[in-house]
Design a protein around this ligand. Structure first.
Ligand SMILES: [Zn+2]
Length: 99
C-alpha cells in the first residue's frame, strides 16, 4: 500500500456527540473489515473511546477509488459539511455508505 493505492474514504457519524466530535473520517482498502474493527473498538483511538462510552455510529458517506492523499484533503474540510445527514443540501447526490 502506498500513496497511489486506491481505497475508500469513509465518514462515520456518532449517534451522539463525544466532546466536540460527532464524525470520524478514515480511509481503508477494505471498508467492511475496517468497520468490523471499529465496531470491535480496535480501529483508531477516537472510535475506541466512542465504543467504550457506549456510543454507536453509522457510516454516512463513502468516497470510492480514493487515496490517502484524498483522505488528507478531506480531513482539511469541515466534517459536518461533508455529512449528508448534517448537511443534506451540500452533500446532495453523494454516494452513501456501501460495503
Ligand atoms: Zn453528520
Amino acid at each position: 500500500m502506498n500513496a497511489h493505492t486506491k481505497g475508500t474514504c469513509y465518514l462515520l457519524q456518532f449517534e451522539r456527540p463525544y466532546r466536540h466530535a460527532r464524525h470520524y473520517l478514515g480511509w481503508t482498502v477494505d471498508l467492511a473489515a475496517r468497520l468490523d474493527e471499529h465496531l470491535a473498538g480496535t480501529g483508531g483511538r477516537l472510535l475506541e473511546v466512542i465504543t467504550a462510552e457506549g456510543i454507536g455510529f453509522s457510516c454516512v458517506r463513502t468516497w470510492p477509488n480514493t487515496t490517502l492523499a484524498d483522505e488528507r484533503r478531506l480531513k482539511n474540510r469541515h466534517r459536518p459539511k461533508l455529512c449528508p445527514v448534517c448537511n443534506p443540501l451540500g452533500a446532495k447526490g453523494v454516494s452513501r455508505c456501501q460495503t
